[in-house]
Write a protein of this length. Structure first.
Length: 242
């Protein structure tokens, strides 16, 4: 009977021993509080697509204060001028000179030792005379080659040889007197359209306007003075006294 009891309890005791050993080994592998492992599993970063649009809200923007001697790299130098692209052709110095000279108002002409002398803006053109510089840091020079009744011919001078290089610039002008405003007078009446027309039916644009003279029967100032002279005073003496 004892032998049977001993043999029956042996498997149970062996199972308890194995269970206790497993619990002890498990307790040894459990980390204590404060001794947790410092290494954690890294989470992979999401892939970033190139050329993506990053939206910035107005509240996320930061203001940048520049000093007086600092330049804003994002500002346009001249907002009134369009940005120059690769397809845009930049003006050369000769083009700038042409633009300035073509826009000069020609207001007068006189005779000089070399022929006509023409006033254009503040520049006086005369044959054989060098043209004043019209742009800043100008390197090209021009000379007046010829002046006619209606045009001024300028020629470029080569900087190295000092001779004409073949380029020309012609400025045309017209100093013919023109009527800018036509005032209503005795010979003009209002037409059906409100325009001024001649009372005699002639074309107003073909009329020649000049100085209005008094009729021939109107006595002159000298005649009136002679008629009103006091007695016994010669007219010559009276005139000298005046």
């Amino acid at each position: 009977m004892k032998t049977y009891f001993h043999t029956a309890l042996l498997p149970a005791l062996a199972g308890l021993a194995l269970g206790a050993g497993s619990i002890a080994s498990a307790q040894e592998n459990i980390p204590l509080a404060g001794n947790l492992p410092s290494t954690t599993t890294a989470t992979p970063l999401p892939k970033v697509a190139r050329n993506r649009v990053i939206s910035i809200m107005p509240g996320d923007k930061r203001s940048l204060v520049l000093k007086g001697d600092e330049r804003n790299p994002f500002a346009r130098r001249n907002p009134d001028v369009d940005l120059i692209t690769e397809e845009t052709e930049q003006e050369t110095e000769a083009d700038l000179i042409r633009n300035v000279l073509n826009n000069l108002p020609i207001t007068g002409r006189s005779n000089g030792p070399q022929g006509y002398r023409v006033l254009a803006g503040e520049i006086i053109f005369e044959r054989g005379k060098m043209v004043d510089q019209v742009i800043e840091s100008q390197t090209e020079n021009l000379i007046v080659e010829r002046i006619t009744d209606t045009s001024i011919e300028l020629a470029w001078i080569d900087a190295e040889t000092g001779k004409l290089n073949g380029k020309r610039l012609t400025l045309t002008y017209d100093l013919t007197p023109k009527v800018r405003y036509l005032l209503k007078g005795p010979g003009l009446v209002s037409g059906p359209d409100g325009d001024l027309i001649a009372a005699d039916g002639t074309d107003v644009n073909s009329r020649r306007f000049g100085t209005k003279h008094a009729p021939k029967e109107t006595p002159s100032a000298d005649q009136i003075a002679t008629d009103q002279l006091p007695n016994d005073i010669p007219a010559t003496a009276f005139k000298e006294g005046q």
